[in-house]
Design a protein around this ligand. Sequence first.
Ligand code: MG
Ligand code: MG
Length: 242
Amino acid sequence: MREAGRVVARVKEKIAEAIGPGVTTLELDRVAEREIRSNGAVPSFKGYTAGGHIPFPASICASVNDEIVHGIPSGRVLEEGDVLSIDVGAIVHGFHGDSAFTVGVGEIDEGAERLIEATRESLRLGIEQARVGARIGDISSAVQEHAESRGYGVVRQYVGHGIGRSMHEAPEVPNYGEPGRGPLLREGMALAIEPMLNVGGWEAVQGDDGWTVVTADGSLSAHFEDTIAISEDGPEVLTALR
Ligand code: MG
Ligand code: MG
């Protein structure tokens, strides 16, 4: 799991370096796939099918502006001021790492900066709760409280998850909930915690391509995700560069 996390962290760095006005999301996908494979890993997302979806055709999800998650890389040219969410997963020796981040393309407005910062911070606060003896609801409520205190909508239809030999395992890790409720956190558990925050309401709708999920009200959305492991010493973030 640590090795898969390290590869994902490196890939995120490569993608971040390549992001800018004039670049297409398909070009970012090529950068990601090359980096994943050159590290001896396999892209988790490519060919992924779930719930009757068509197989996902790329190594990253690239979701722009009102797109929340699962955007398919394409010839879409990124423009100054766009807000771009990248989600990437890699498999090493059968174990998965899964992580996402949101950045502005060139200069973005203050409202977009604030949304990105609040989403990053709600992930950090959620991770802080991932301790032996705590419960999933402690993570969920920490994310929800921070997001809603700043007036953002927290996406409910899509949630974080356990992770290991499969990308998506039990338990679900919702971004809303009650402290002290839900499954108990134990030593050795690995979770992908992934808040998705909208400037407007929490409602999300599925786009026509069978994958891309957008905000129902067209508002801006941001997404951060890390794969973490729970040890007696606290949460260990596996998908960050160390
Ligand atoms: Mg992900
Ligand atoms: Mg995930």
